[in-house]
Design a protein around this ligand. Structure first.
Ligand code: P6P
Length: 345
């Protein structure tokens, strides 16, 4: 067992890094720093339950279904509760919204109300829990836009375009637990050192490699995709003078697929499909999945689109609205837009 003191030339905790970053924001009052720290703490709690899910009798389904009509996994419920309880009383937030809850969750009246808004997917990919496949928490932080004197935040505060994000990030519960977050000053990754219980800076200033390595899509649904997306897929496989070197990697867990492509270069796409008439815009959600990851991708030199426009420029109409998502290397995402324009317009 290595000693983290010996192996880290310079140990930078997430708290130290956030404080370092804070000097970029003269108006910052430390609230954002503390909010990110609270999210990191929630991540540690969720991680400690995730790694022993099989033992703690929290595997399997609760028998409930969430607003998405999906089976709620016990770990889902625990992650949702942890994220809420770590953040509902700190006085940093005006309102929260979660994938697991139909409506936004205003800060309880007994607690102080803050100036930020947090949207989150507490445990994305949770259907993979039983198979020990990496899963993740995704979070998005905005400033409230409704007047402070109006009391707790509202749905309007939650329905902001990704362009307004202050910070976003994810916690990936995989072979190690990583927290990756982005501000408009870059993308930084931290790895949880269980021996000291701290997230330590392991991936400073992440930039997506210029040369992509992977394409990531559920090819089992190809017959349900539009002509443009089918031709785009052929392009990624070398037709239409496309790249000849891409490998297919798709784990069915958005945070894990995104993280791999962020570090190795690649494009992930979950198109609109006509498999389920109730989900004409694909499966993924805009406000707490696509937009926060799009912010990270763009800060890392990549790009994210719904096939027509930048994800960050989409004004949400509903909290749980879905969107097609193409995300990763800018050239490959723009090529998706080109094929959709050419064949689907
Ligand atoms: P499919 C997991 O349920 C999830 O929401 C994302 O994490 C993942 O990218 C996607 O669904 C996988 O969906 O239809 O390919 O199984």
């Amino acid at each position: 067992m290595y000693n983290s003191i010996e192996t880290h030339a310079r140990i930078t905790t997430i708290e130290g890094h956030i404080l370092d970053q804070q000097h970029y924001y003269p108006e910052a009052t430390g609230v954002l720093t503390n909010l990110l720290y609270d999210i990191a703490l929630a991540g540690k709690v969720i991680a400690s339950n995730t790694i022993r899910a099989g033992l703690a009798e929290i595997l399997g389904r609760t028998g409930d279904t969430n607003v998405q009509g999906e089976q709620v996994m016990k770990l889902d419920r625990l992650a949702d509760m942890t994220m809420r309880r770590m953040n509902d009383h700190t006085g940093r937030l005006a309102v929260m919204a979660s994938e697991e809850n139909p409506e936004p969750m205003p800060i309880p009246k007994d607690y102080p109300i803050g100036k930020y808004v947090m949207l989150f997917d507490p445990l994305d990919g949770s259907s993979n829990v039983d198979f020990n496949i990496p899963i993740g928490t995704i979070f998005a932080i905005y400033r409230r836009i409704t007047p402070e004197e109006s009391g707790p935040g509202t749905l309007a505060d939650c329905l902001q375009p990704g362009r307004k994000l202050v910070t976003s990030g994810y916690i990936l519960y995989g072979s190690s637990t990583m927290l990756v977050y982005a501000t408009n000053k870059g993308v930084h990754g931290f790895t949880l050192d269980p021996s000291v219980g701290e997230f330590l800076l392991s991936h400073p200033n992440i930039q997506i490699p210029e040369r992509a390595t992977y394409m990531s899509a559920n090819m089992g649904y190809e017959r349900y995709w539009s002509r443009g997306v089918q031709e785009y897929t052929s392009y990624l496989q070398g037709s239409h003078n496309g790249p000849k070197h891409l490998s297919l990697r798709y784990i069915g867990s958005l945070v894990a697929d995104f993280h791999r492509n962020l570090l190795s270069g690649g494009v992930f796409y979950y198109p609109a499909d006509h498999k389920d008439p109730n989900k004409p815009h694909g499966k993924l959600r805009l406000t707490y999945e696509a937009a926060p990851l799009a912010f990270i991708a763009e800060q890392a030199g990549g790009y994210a689109s719904n096939g027509v426009k930048n994800i960050l420029d989409i004004q949400p109409d509903e909290l749980h609205q879905r969107t097609p998502l193409y995300i990763g290397n800018r050239d490959l995402v723009e090529k998706a837009e080109e094929f959709i324009r050419r064949y689907d317009s």
